[in-house]
Design a protein around this ligand. Structure first.
Ligand code: LMR
Length: 328
């Protein structure tokens, strides 16, 4: 009888244990700062849909947009502590973890998004993805947003027009140098504060992509947007080594495949939004989109390009050279 009841208890324990396992899927918290109607917002939702469809009951993805869970400055620290499993910070926000990614902030480096793609997918770009390893982070892939434009309280056509204006930047020393090069004052602030800073006129302008300017309504409080395409805003999808390496072997490849497909989806949205969101801003009548002539553009290039030399040592000449080559 004793033996019988022991077996029953053992069986019950196994049942409870497996029940518990089933009841507790692996949770992936994906934290980001932008709105859902953006390339990154849509990529995150696609990833959730794919993973949960392919690994039902085994993996659950919770997406937190709009800096709801963590803002720019905290998310990577939180990731190392295990409080969040996925994020996609802009390439300008990794300064504490590696200096090499600063290459992506150099003004007027990439001729278009095809060049960016060639560089990211080529050997140097792929090596840069691993540059976070020493800090316990794993770069799982690049995601596009696009080229940045300058929005401001006054029309900017040449570098002389920006003189003395306060510009919000992401926490990047290259971006600070870029604005100092044209005698503007850069102010490092998290993305979640930008709208209010613009609205209250605590700052005069900011640089961002069409999709961010549209989805966060910056165009409603900035009367002028100069179509400058002067720099890049892209992302790395990042996780912690500890989380990634302890994912079960049958699960990790499915998560990675879903991520790759979600990135492709996000990239196609990024390509579309350049025109769509730009047009929506124009149609709103709330902000004037200014184009600049080749000669005016050259003035911006001449003023800002010396920044490359300033950061050459930290980034590495070879990395910059490879990026330049991707334009051909
Ligand atoms: C910004 O801070 O302006 C951007 O990095 C926001 C984002 O993630 O696109």
């Amino acid at each position: 009888l004793l033996k019988h009841s022991l077996i029953t208890i053992a069986a019950a324990t196994t049942l409870i244990a497996s029940g518990l396992l089933q009841a507790r899927p692996i949770e992936i918290k994906f934290s980001h700062v932008v709105a859902e109607n953006t390339p990154k917002g849509q990529m995150a939702l696609k990833f959730k849909a794919l993973v949960e469809q392919r690994l039902p009951g085994k993996v659950q993805v919770k997406v937190f947009p709009n800096s709801q869970l963590f803002g720019d400055n905290k998310v990577l620290e939180a990731m190392i502590l295990g409080d969040v499993q996925l994020a996609a910070p802009s390439l300008s926000k990794f300064k504490k973890y590696t200096k090499k990614l600063q290459v992506f902030d150099l003004p007027f480096l990439f001729k278009d998004m095809e060049a960016v793609d060639r560089f990211q997918q080529g050997p140097t770009g792929q090596k840069l993805l691993t540059s976070l390893k020493k800090k316990g982070l794993v770069g799982l892939g690049y995601l596009h947003n696009g080229l940045k434009q300058l929005s401001a309280s006054r029309p900017l056509k040449t570098p002389a027009d920006i003189d003395g204006l306060k510009f919000r930047i992401m926490a990047s020393d290259v971006l600070a140098a870029q604005f100092e090069a044209v005698d503007a004052t850069p102010v490092k602030k998290p993305f979640s504060e930008v709208f209010t800073l613009l609205q209250t006129r605590a700052i005069d302008g900011q640089e961002n992509t069409w999709s961010n300017i549209y989805s966060k309504k910056f165009f409603e409080v900035q009367p002028y947007i100069t179509e400058s395409n002067h720099g890049l805003l892209d992302y790395i999808i990042v996780t912690s080594a500890e989380f990634w390496l302890t994912l079960p072997k049958d699960i990790r490849p499915i998560v990675k495949k879903s991520l790759d497909e979600a990135i492709a989806h996000g990239n196609s949205i990024a390509a579309r939004k350049v025109n769509e969101d730009r047009q929506k801003i124009i149609d709103s009548g709330k902000s004037e989109v200014l184009t600049i002539t080749n000669r005016q553009r050259q003035q911006w290039v001449d003023a800002m390009k010396p920044v490359w030399k300033e950061f050459e040592r930290e980034i590495g000449k070879d990395v910059i050279r490879a990026a330049i080559k991707s334009n051909n």
